[in-house]
Write a protein that binds this ligand. Structure first.
Ligand SMILES: [Ca+2]
Ligand SMILES: [Ca+2]
Length: 347
C-alpha cells in the first residue's frame, strides 16, 4: 500500500535509489562480517587484543622457565576478581554447594572417621611466635571454613560483599563459570592480560616490589606485617590502581585459578598459538608429589612478601590441588570472542 502511494508521487526516483542502496548493503553484509570487527565485551570485562608475548621468565623461579614467545587471540576478561556478592547470586540461584561445604568423601579417604571428614578448608594464621614457626605451620585445616565463613565458622561475610570470594576449589570456579557463560582463562591469557599491554622491558620496573602497586605482604612473612598497603588480609576489589588494560588486582589480593594443568616450567610452548598447557596425565609438581594433577594459579596474594613467595609478577605461577581451596585463592573469568562464523580460542 505504501509503495503504490509513493509510485503516484515525485519521490519515486529517490525511493528507488534508497531501495537499491539497501539491497546493495544487504548483499555485501556477509563480506563485512568477515572483516575482523571485535564484538563488544560484556559489562565488567575488558577487551584484550590479539598479541604475541614472552610467556614465563628465566630470571626468577625455575618453574617459570623457559621464557618463550606465544600468541593469544583477542578475548574479554573480567576487570576484577569474582566477589562474594557475585558468587552468592550463583549459589542462591542454583543451590550449589562448594567442595569446602561438603564432607570429605569416604571413598577417597576411607581411613578417616566421620569427625575427621567434617567439611572445612585451609586458613592462614600467623604464628604467634618464632618458636611456633616451622615449615608451612601457618596453614591450618579449619572445620567450618568455607567461602561464607572465610576465617572459620565464627566469621561471616558481613561487610565483605565487594571482597574476592575465597575457599574456591577448581570445580567450584568451573560451576560458576558455566552458570555465567564464561570460562577460566588459560595461563597464557591470564599472563598476557596481567602485563597490561606492556612489553617485557617496560614491565621490568613493575617487577620491583612496591607496596602501593598491589595488596601483598610488607614486612617479614609470616610473622610481621607492617600493612603499609593498608590491608592485612584481602582488600575490597579495585582498591589499587588498574593495569594498562583496566584490570584490577591481577597481581596480589588473591591468587587466581586458571584452566591450565600445572607442570613445572613451560616446555613446548614456544611459537604456539593459544596454548592451553599440558594434559592432565602429565600434570605434576615435584614440590607436591602426593597431590597428583594440579592447576596453575597466578598473580600472588596478600600473603606474598619479598622474603617469601614474591610471586606478585605476571610470569609467576604456583600449583593448587584440585579438591582444596584456601582463604587466599579466588578467580576471574574470560569470554572468548566470536568473529563471524569463526569461534576462536576454545581450547
Ligand atoms: Ca597487604
Ligand atoms: Ca589477584
Amino acid at each position: 500500500m505504501i509503495f503504490s502511494r509513493l509510485c503516484g508521487t515525485g519521490v519515486l526516483p529517490a525511493f528507488r535509489l534508497t531501495i537499491a542502496i539497501a539491497i546493495l548493503m544487504f548483499a555485501i553484509a556477509p563480506f563485512n562480517a568477515a572483516i575482523a570487527t571485535p564484538l563488544t565485551c560484556p559489562d565488567g570485562m575488558a577487551f584484550i587484543p590479539k598479541g604475541t608475548f614472552n610467556i614465563g621468565s628465566d630470571t626468577y623461579y625455575p618453574s617459570e622457565a623457559s621464557a618463550s614467545d606465544v600468541t593469544v587471540e583477542s578475548f574479554c576478561i573480567d576487570r576484577h576478581e569474582i566477589t562474594n556478592a557475585e558468587y552468592r547470586q550463583f549459589v542462591e540461584a542454583t543451590g550449589y554447594q562448594t567442595v569446602a561445604e561438603r564432607p570429605i568423601p569416604k571413598e577417597q579417604f576411607p581411613d578417616l572417621t566421620d569427625e575427621q571428614r567434617q567439611p572445612g578448608s585451609i586458613v592462614f594464621w600467623s604464628p604467634e611466635s618464632l618458636q611456633q614457626l616451622t615449615y608451612l605451620s601457618w596453614w591450618h585445616w579449619v572445620v567450618g571454613a568455607n567461602w561464607q565463613h572465610p576465617d572459620g565458622p565464627e566469621s561471616t561475610l558481613s561487610g565483605l560483599d565487594d571482597y574476592p570470594v575465597v575457599h574456591i576449589a577448581y570445580e567450584d570456579a568451573v560451576a560458576y563459570a558455566n552458570w555465567v557463560g564464561k570460562s577460566l582463562p588459560t595461563e597464557a591469557q591470564w599472563e598476557y592480560a596481567a602485563r597490561g599491554g606492556l612489553d617485557a622491558d617496560a614491565i621490568a620496573p613493575r617487577k620491583q616490589y612496591a607496596p602501593t602497586n598491589a595488596n601483598t605482604w610488607q614486612g617479614i612473612f609470616p610473622i610481621f606485617n607492617t600493612k603499609e598497603d593498608g590491608y592485612l588480609g584481602p582488600a575490597p576489589i579495585q582498591s589499587f590502581q588498574p593495569n594498562g588494560y583496566g584490570l584490577y588486582d591481577m597481581l596480589g589480593n588473591v591468587w587466581e585459578l586458571t584452566a591450565d594443568w600445572y607442570r613445572a616450567g613451560h616446555p613446548d610452548k614456544g611459537g604456539s598459538f593459544n596454548p592451553t598447557g599440558p594434559d592432565r596425565a602429565s600434570s605434576f609438581d615435584p614440590k607436591k608429589p602426593q597431590e597428583g594433577a594440579l592447576h596453575v594459579i597466578k598473580g600472588g596474594s596478600f600473603l606474598c612478601a619479598p622474603n617469601y613467595c614474591s610471586r606478585y609478577r605476571p610470569e609467576a605461577r604456583e600449583s593448587q590441588a584440585l579438591d582444596t581451596g584456601t582463604n587466599h585463592i579466588g578467580f576471574r573469568l574470560v569470554r572468548n570472542l566470536e568473529w563471524g562464523n569463526l569461534t576462536l580460542n576454545q581450547g
